[in-house]
Design a protein around this ligand. Structure first.
Ligand code: EPU
Length: 365
C-alpha cells in the first residue's frame, strides 16, 4: 500500500500535537514500496523527512517537502544462542509493543526502555535511552534503504556511530539518503536486571522485591509475597510506574519527551556549582571507547530548569511540566512559536543562573 496525500495534516505524526501541514505525505507499509516511492515524480529529488510517530519532533512551520511514514511491521525470531535470542523487527513497529512482546517471552535487555513513545526506526536513529539502558546496547545491525543508490544495506552497530541520543542517521548526509526499514537486536534469555539507576531499587523494594538477583529460569523456590525475586514483568511494570509518575502521557498533554539534552560540563565547573548547590545531581560521562571521562560530567537539565525557577513558566499553551521540568507540554492548542519562545526563555534563564548552555534534544523541523 502506498498513499499520497497533498497538503496533509501532520497532527497524527507529532506527539506535541502541533497543527502543521506537509506539502506531500507519503504513507507505505512494506520495504518493497520504497523504490516506487522514490521514483515517483512527486517525490524524486525533493527534500524528504521520514517520521515515526513524531515523538521527538517540533514542526516550527508547515513542511514544504515530502513527509514519509512507513508501517513496516513484524517481529521475528532469528538465531538463538545459549543465553541470547536475536530478533528482527520492522521499523514501523511501536517501540513499546516490542518491549511488551519481549517481556511476555522472557527476552531481556529492553525492559528499562519500556514506555518510551515512538517507533523502532526512530529508536535506532535517536539511540533512545532511559534508566541506565540505551538502544545501542541491544542493537546488532540496522537495515536501510539507500535512496541514492536504490539499494538495501545492513549497517553493523559499530558503523552506526551511536552516542548520547545520536547516530550516523542524524548526520545531514545520511538523513536525506537512508530510510531505516528494520533492526536486528540481541536480547538476553538469562536474567540480569539493570537496577542501578535512580530510584529503581527503592521502587522494587516498595513492591516487595528482593534486590538479590537470581536466574529466573533456574530459580525453583516458590516466591513469597515479600522478598520475591525480580522478574522481567516486575521490571517492566516498575519502569512503567516510575515513568508515569513523572512523565506526561502524550495522549493527554502533547509533548516530545525530554526537550533538552542533559548538558555535559567540565568537572571544575560542576565542583563550583556543587559548592553553591550541594544537592545538584551528576552522572559520569563515558567516552566513545567505553572509559569514564575524568574531566567531564553530565548534569540533569531538569534540575537546572527547576532550580532556575522555570517550573511554572508558560507561554500561551506551551508550559513546563512541573513534575519533570525537562519536558515541555502542549496544554491544549499550543503553537510551535509558543514552544520555541518558552524554550528560549528557559535557555536564557538557565544560562543566566548557572552559566550552563542547554541544547534542545527535540529536532526542530
Ligand atoms: N530533576 C529535578 N527536577 C526536575 C527533573 C529532574 O530535580 O524537574 C532531578 C531528579 O530528581 C534526578 C535527576 O534530576 O535527581 C535526574 O532526573 P531523571 O531521573 O528524571 O532523569 P533525567 O536526567 O532528567 C534522563 C533522560 C530521560 C530518561 C531519564 C531516565 C535525557 C535528556 N533524558 O532524564 O529520557 O527517561 O533520564 O533515564 O537524557 C527522553 O529522552 O525523552 C527522556 C524522557
Amino acid at each position: 500500500m502506498i498513499r499520497f496525500t497533498e497538503n496533509a495534516s501532520l497532527l497524527p505524526y507529532n506527539t506535541f500535537g502541533i497543527a502543521a501541514k506537509a506539502a506531500l505525505l507519503v504513507e507505505y507499509n512494506q520495504e518493497e514500496d520504497l523504490p516506487t516511492i522514490f521514483q515517483d515524480p512527486r517525490v524524486k529529488g525533493k527534500p524528504f523527512l521520514h517520521v515515526g510517530q513524531g515523538s521527538n519532533l517540533l514542526f516550527t512551520q508547515d513542511y514544504p517537502g515530502v513527509i514519509l511514514h512507513g508501517s513496516i511491521k513484524g517481529i521475528k525470531l532469528n538465531a538463538s544462542g545459549d543465553e541470547e535470542q536475536l530478533v528482527e523487527v520492522g521499523a514501523g513497529e511501536v517501540w513499546d509493543h516490542l518491549c511488551q512482546w519481549a517481556a511476555i517471552r522472557g527476552f531481556m535487555g529492553i525492559e528499562n526502555l519500556s514506555g518510551i513513545p515512538g517507533e523502532v526506526g526512530a529508536a535506532a536513529v535517536q539511540n533512545i535511552g532511559a534508566y541506565g539502558a540505551e538502544f545501542k546496547d541491544v542493537c546488532v545491525a540496522v537495515a536501510v534503504y539507500d535512496v541514492q543508490q536504490s539499494k538495501n544495506y545492513i549497517v553493523g552497530v559499530e558503523d552506526c556511530r551511536y552516542g548520547y541520543r545520536t547516530s550516523i542517521f542524524k548526520d545531514a548526509e545520511f538523513k536525506s539518503r537512508f530510510v531505516i526499514t528494520g533492526v536486528l537486536l540481541r536480547l538476553r534469555t538469562k536474567a540480569l536486571f539493570n537496577i542501578e539507576y535512580g530510584n529503581i531499587k527503592a521502587a522494587l523494594l516498595e513492591r516487595g522485591y528482593s534486590l538479590q538477583q537470581k536466574d529466573v529460569r533456574t530459580s525453583r523456590r516458590k516466591p513469597s509475597k515479600v522478598n520475591r525475586p525480580i522478574t522481567l514483568s516486575a521490571m517492566r511494570e516498575t519502569i512503567l510506574a516510575i515513568r508515569s509518575a513523572k512523565l506526561p502521557d502524550p495522549a493527554i498533554y502533547g509533548n516530545a519527551g525530554s526537550f533538552f539534552k542533559n548538558p555535559v560540563i567540565p568537572i571544575v565547573k560542576y565542583r563550583a556549582l556543587h559548592s553553591q548547590y550541594p544537592d545538584i545531581p551528576m552522572y559520569a560521562v563515558t567516552k566513545p571507547n567505553g572509559e569514564q571521562d575524568p574531566n567531564m560530567v553530565k548534569v540533569p537539565a531538569g534540575w537546572l530548569i527547576e532550580h532556575s525557577g522555570c517550573a511554572t513558566r508558560r507561554v500561551g499553551d506551551a508550559a513546563v511540566y512541573p513534575k519533570q521540568c525537562l519536558v515541555l507540554v502542549n496544554m491544549g492548542k499550543a503553537k510551535s512559536q509558543e514552544v520555541v519562545q518558552l524554550a528560549n526563555i528557559i535557555i536564557e534563564t538557565v544560562l543566566d543562573r548557572f552559566d550552563v548552555q542547554l541544547e534542545p534534544e527535540v529536532n526542530f523541523i
